[in-house]
Write a protein that binds this ligand. Structure first.
Ligand SMILES: [Cu+2]
Length: 145
């Protein structure tokens, strides 16, 4: 039986192969890890990562990202900046900003408090995806050139 399960897992029997396999399940089902085990929202940014929190009062803000409730979305949800520019994230009171769990992201990309304003400096070129923790459909991407 175990061999059969492993074979099914290897073949990718699920319809949604983008979700990680939850090792705690015994039936080989895939779960949305972001829903089952959300990251801690109070984890501080890692200074070694490509995204660093800076003081909004003194930083030069290149772009500001806010949210709407109907539809639930980030505005804008696609942002292009240059290396070392700062984005001010200003989500509404029921939204936050966390690293996207399944797309290229950065652990420093975190503004975990609902309605929390945070200014993030992007120090490395690339694409960084984020989402709102309680609303999986609310996503966004920063392209840093
Ligand atoms: Cu939200």
């Amino acid at each position: 039986m175990r061999a059969a399960v492993m074979l099914l897992l290897a073949l990718g029997c699920g319809s949604d192969d983008t979700k990680p396999i939850d090792a705690s399940t015994t039936d080989g089902t895939r779960r949305d890890a972001a829903v089952d085990a959300p990251p801690p929202i109070d984890a501080p940014p890692d200074a070694a990562t490509a995204v660093q929190r800076v003081d909004c009062a003194t930083a030069t803000i290149a772009r500001t990202v806010t949210t709407t409730d109907s539809p639930q979305a980030f505005v804008p949800n696609t942002v292009t900046i240059n290396v070392n520019q700062v984005i001010r994230f200003q989500p509404g009171s029921s939204h936050n900003v966390i690293p996207h769990p399944t797309l290229p992201s950065d652990p420093g990309f975190r503004n975990g408090g609902f309605g929390e304003v945070a200014c993030l400096r992007f120090t490395t070129a690339g694409q960084f995806n984020w989402r709102c923790q309680p609303h999986a459909s609310m996503t966004g991407v920063v392209t840093v050139n």
